[in-house]
Design a binder for this molecule. Sequence first.
Ligand SMILES: Nc1ncnc2c1ncn2[C@@H]1O[C@H](COP(=O)(O)OP(=O)(O)OP(=O)(O)O)[C@@H](O)[C@H]1O
Ligand SMILES: [Mg+2]
Length: 485
Amino acid sequence: MGNKTLKLWLTLSAIFIISGITVGVVLYSLYRDEVLVERISAIRERMISLASIRTWVVDSETSQRGYVISGNSTFLEPLTTAREHLGAAQKTLRNQLIADASMLELNSTLERLITLHYENIKATLARAAQGNFSQAEQMVSRGQGQKIMDQIRAVIGEMETYHQQRLTAASEERRTAMLWARLATIALGGLILVLIATLAYIIDRELRHRELYQEQLNQEVERLAAELRERAEELDTLSTYLQNSIEKERAQLARDLHDEFGGVLTALKIELAWVEGKAEAYDETLTERTRQVSARVNDLIDLKRRVIENLRPSLLDNLGVEAALTWYARDVTERAGLALELDIDTLALRPASEIAIALFRIAQEAISNTLKYAQATTVRLSLKMKNNQLRLEISDNGVGIDMSARTNKRLTHGLAGMKHRALTLRGQFFIYSTPGQGTTIIAEIPYQSAVVYTPERRAQEPSSSQSSAPDRSTSSQAARETASG
Ligand SMILES: Nc1ncnc2c1ncn2[C@@H]1O[C@H](COP(=O)(O)OP(=O)(O)OP(=O)(O)O)[C@@H](O)[C@H]1O
Ligand SMILES: [Mg+2]
């Protein structure tokens, strides 16, 4: 792991940890707020109860006072109502204070004082009922009643103060909790922004890396492809060179055989004719033997001619590729005892010698393969000119190429050589073969690919040049004539 990546992971981990803590703070603050809201509302409810108790107590006091002063019994109505409500309010407050021991104690004091208050009211009203209103009034204004009222007020005041303080504390606590929640929310927002920025940075970096990697990969692929092309071109050039060299060698050999070997054979033939003429006068056996030797020399001359023709058919240079193909196909099929179907167009223009030799060699190899492997009974050979394309097709009705047997040796020399010859001349090459249904080889070579023969080029290529053809043909003709004569 790189230093930068480690730093990023540490940053991300820190962000996640701090975010977790912040979320915890927010959740806790909200929980605290809920608790405090409940507490505040409970305190408020207690304060409401205390306020209503105070009201009912004061109402009773006022009602009693009004009755004592005026002697009017209608003033006693609020006292009755207050007593009814006060009981309920005290009960509520008792329930509300159940969990608060100190307040429960104070509430007991309050309840005791309220009981005393009502007992006192009861005594005062009893006096008033006896018609002793002035004594009753004195009891209310200066006596026990006033004292109890003061004590009740003091206790309620103390309870209210206590609750007011608790209310203030709870409100304060709530404010603090909300402040924490707010701060934590802001922090969380900030952290989310940092997280987004960090992630954006990581993604951007990753994308850049990938782009760079892709670019390097593309460059590498391009480099390898260029290298491969270069190698293929080199191989191509080498193959072309080898094929041309072979052609040159063959032509040279044909010429040497013709000129040197042919010359010797011709001289031998002349010498033998002389010996034969002389021998006739002396010895019949010698004459006979000399004739036999002469016949062997004729055989040699025939053999030499066939070898020369195989090395480089003179017809190719003299009469063109159509004649050479016709002669070769007839010659080999006749000797092998195969039927031949020929369909050869007479070309209006002669193709360049590269094309002619390529077509001839392709046909030669294809027919040779048929003889070697196909077990065929018929060979078809056609040469057509269509849309400026020379199309050579050689097919047989033999066993077909066993493609499965060829998978391990994809580039066998014969087929690869044919293909190479066609492709070098910007042509195309096809093999169609089905087991048991024969084989068809097709080479299509554009006629435009014919090389324009400049005198310089002709001079460079004695093997395939047309200038050498007449010489050889003449000599070969001479040798044949000599041999037969
Ligand atoms: N007309 C055909 N019929 C049946 N099989 C064929 C035919 N032509 C080629 N083959 C098969 O394809 C193989 C490859 O042929 P190719 O000419 O490339 O090589 P080769 O003839 O074995 O060797 P080389 O041509 O170098 O002497 C042959 O060995 C043969 O099995
Ligand atoms: Mg072959």
